[in-house]
Design a protein around this ligand. Structure first.
Ligand code: GLN
Length: 397
């Protein structure tokens, strides 16, 4: 390897398919249902708070672990959600989004050569996190149509080298919300084998049809061994602000903070100030968020149905995994990647190929993920194009 190549550890990294599809959408003027970010405005209260903080010169580093008032606001928020009192001094760290929180958890708590267990399909970041931590992954399948895991398969994935289980609920890309029984199964295994758990709960406020988000950390025996991760990004429509947090018992927090300090020093100070306002919003704000997302979800489900894409409605988060096999075959394309490229370049809609959420391409070759954190008119614009395609292929009327 020459000095100008990347380090060995990143040899297996490929460009994020999600962001590649966003680029294709931008280049070809496609409606972007690929990358999961809102195309509608962030709440006015938050924008005003950020502007005010900048004007008031809250522009220098915050405390590395996060501004005191934001850590206190996080503790208060979780208290309202049924958590025991958290100590902001020793149990809460503010990070640059949940992405940095998860990377810090891996780097701080997973030893080289150890293993982590992931559920698959999975969001694209956790594999690279494991590689950065020089560890390896074991994937446990979430089986369609309801994306449940087989407890025996989970048990079989544990080896003497297993260090942690990664749980993302509500789940990207399937929209699954792990239920109480599933969380109890994961918790029992963690306790039995002395494993850690890192959770990505960034879609915690976005659930449908009475599904309720539950915290793995509140399962018996999990308080001391869970790193609970979330962020402002999705709930408050500020994915570009990069403000998140990691909640963990003091020894885990201690380790995580050492990495966080040297990775990023601190999250953006004025945006942390706005985060205090965000976390203080009343319950009615979250009800509105849920109602608006339900409308978007129902609209995309109707859109996909009309264009002859089969899909089960998600119970949480803001993605639908749809079956693209009939359209793919109708266009004479080999797989989901070829289909999504053609969909963006020739048919004007960007989605993410299903295979990018699996370690092997086969189980995703008939799937594509459509993100619906979008204005209704954006979803409708995509809908017209999908319908045109469906009609052209004789699949839709
Ligand atoms: N979480 C968002 C998604 O899944 C954005 C991800 C990204 O940019 N990699 O689409």
């Amino acid at each position: 390897m020459s000095a100008r190549d990347g380090a060995d550890r990143i040899a297996g990294f490929t460009e994020s398919v999600i962001r590649e599809m966003t680029r294709l959408a931008d280049t070809h003027g496609a409606v972007n249902l690929a990358q999961g970010f809102p195309d509608f405005p962030a709440p006015d209260e938050l924008k005003a708070a950020a502007i005010e903080a900048i004007a008031a010169d809250r522009n220098q580093y915050s405390i590395t672990w996060g501004a005191r008032d934001l850590r206190a606001a996080v503790a208060a928020r979780y208290r309202q959600d049924g958590w025991p009192e958290l100590d902001p001094e020793s149990e809460i760290t503010i990070t640059c989004g949940s992405t940095e929180a998860m990377a810090s958890a891996f780097l701080a708590l997973v030893d080289r050569g150890s293993e982590v267990i992931l559920f698959e399909p999975l969001y694209e970041n956790y594999g690279p996190d494991a590689i950065l931590a020089e560890s390896s992954v074991r994937a446990v399948t979430l089986h369609p149509p309801d994306w449940r895991f087989d407890p025996d398969e989970l048990r079989a994935a544990v080896t003497p080298r297993t260090r942690a289980i990664i749980l993302n609920t509500p789940h990207n890309p399937t929209g699954k919300v792990f239920d109480a029984e599933e969380l109890a199964t994961i918790a029992r295994l963690c306790v039995e084998h002395d494993l850690l758990a890192f959770t990505d709960e960034i879609y915690e406020r976005i659930t449908y049809d009475g599904a309720s988000h539950r915290f793995l950390a509140l399962q018996p025996g999990m308080g001391q061994r869970t790193v609970t991760i979330s962020a402002l990004s999705k709930t408050y429509s500020v994915t570009g602000w990069r403000v998140g947090w990691a909640i963990a018992a003091p020894p885990l927090t201690d380790a995580l903070r050492k990495v966080h300090d040297f990775l990023s020093v601190a999250a953006p100070t004025p945006l942390q100030a706005a985060g205090v306002v965000a976390l203080g919003l009343p319950e009615s704000f979250y009800e509105r968020v849920r109602a608006e997302y339900r409308e978007r979800r129902d609209r995309i489900m109707a859109t996909l149905r009309a264009a002859a894409f089969d899909a089960a409605p998600p119970r949480g988060a803001y993605y639908v995994m749809a079956d693209i096999s009939r359209h793919r075959d109708g266009l004479g394309l080999a797989d989901d990647v070829a289909f999504c490229r053609a969909l963006a370049v020739e048919h004007g809609v960007a989605a993410v190929p299903g295979s990018s959420f699996f370690s092997h391409p086969e189980p995703g070759a008939h799937l594509a993920r459509f993100a619906f954190a979008k204005r209704l008119d954006t979803i409708d614009a995509a809908g017209e194009r999908l319908l045109t395609l469906g009609r052209r292929l004789g699949l839709a009327r």
